[in-house]
Ligand binder design. Structure first.
Ligand SMILES: Cc1ncc(COP(=O)(O)O)c(C=O)c1O
Length: 332
């Protein structure tokens, strides 16, 4: 299987903002974009993006999952980065148009079509370190993706990092490239030093999220995760899993979780810890690494509750269960 996100559909939807307005969106080749080397995004990182998926159902129809939520977050990221305000209806239409164009290429389950809307500041001006780009571009790329768990799901090793943070605290809820670049150094070091798969950032003991996923702890019938604030990304998968957990009769606790409470609970048999995100849905954590010591989470293996939550979500996405919250938008 090709690496996740390494294959692209040959065309994409694209619209530009100029003279204070959005132009009509077009379907264009996806292998290059015209851009001045002095473009604002290349110097001052005026960029945000989204990640969502389209799924093929057994009857051949194609559906995008929670598109409204990703567009809302895209719009919020753009606003907080002082990029031009996106036209949410236009972005929705761009997603529908490009997914419809490549509907035949949407993989069968367990694969899907990953959708990557991107917004960049294009004004050619290097004198605007402290002022926004007046022009911008939105494009929607498609990348067919396979089974994230092919070769078997293995439980992750996660370093609990209390001293660093993933990104500047006021940037956490923005899905912007700079945040990922900011976390890269610590993540590479954790891989090298303690063979961790990821870092769970816990500044001053406050359990937040990893480099590219939210964190949830499952203790019996209770699911615990940090309450929304501006310091971390408000994951659509997180919100979907919490809704499903409530539907299944679980208690959902959105609150502060400290590293000491996390380690205390993780030592109990049957406790599970998971990462949530669009790419992998839910991935189990088997081991925490903290201050040079290793701590198994429950049995150290992927657990049954995570499996059940993931299957329930996948069943809705793939059309095998009722979409009672209206999460799917039918494209064709
Ligand atoms: C930093 C970060 N946190 C959380 C998530 C999960 O968000 P979502 O469930 O919307 O994909 C992502 C993206 O996948 C992410 O990059």
């Amino acid at each position: 299987m090709a690496a996740f996100g390494s294959i692209f559909m040959p065309r994409m939807a694209l619209a530009t903002f100029d003279n204070n307005q959005w132009g009509e969106s077009r379907i264009v080749p996806s292998d290059s974009i015209p851009m001045h080397p002095g473009a604002h995004v290349l110097h001052y990182s005026s960029t945000c993006f989204e990640g969502l998926k389209a799924f093929r159902h057994a009857d051949g129809s194609v559906h995008v999952f929670r598109m409204d939520q990703n567009i809302k977050r895209f719009s919020q990221s753009s606003r907080l980065l002082a990029l031009p305000e996106v036209d949410e209806e236009q972005v929705a239409q761009m997603i529908k148009d490009i997914v419809a164009e490549f509907a035949n290429d949407v993989p069968e389950p367990p694969g899907s079509m990953y959708i990557r809307p991107t917004h960049i500041g294009t004004e050619a001006i290097i004198g605007k370190a402290a002022a926004p780009s007046l022009t911008s571009m939105v494009y929607v790329l498609l990348s067919p993706v396979g089974d994230y768990f092919s070769g078997g799901a293995h439980a992750l090793r996660i370093l609990l990092e209390e001293n660093g943070q993933r990104c500047a605290p006021h940037m956490g809820m923005i899905k912007s490239g700079g945040n990922y670049a900011s976390a890269l150094g610590p993540i590479m070091k954790a891989k090298e030093d303690v063979q961790a798969d990821q870092i769970l950032f816990c500044p001053n003991g406050d359990v937040q999220e990893t480099g590219a996923a939210n964190f949830l702890l499952i203790d019996g019938n209770e699911i615990i995760t940090k309450a929304l604030d501006s310091s971390f990304l408000h994951g659509v998968t997180r919100s979907s899993i919490l809704t499903i957990a409530k539907d299944l009769g679980m208690t959902v606790s959105e609150r502060e979780l400290t590293v000491s409470e996390l380690l205390e609970r993780a030592a109990k048999p049957g406790v599970e810890a998971v990462l949530s995100g669009t790419a992998a849905v839910l991935t189990s954590v088997g081991t925490f690494i903290h201050n040079g010591k290793e701590f198994k989470v429950g049995s150290g293996e992927p657990g049954p509750i995570a499996e059940k939550l993931r299957k329930t979500l996948n069943d809705i996405q793939w059309g095998n269960a009722q979409d009672k919250h209206n999460w799917l938008t039918k494209i064709v």
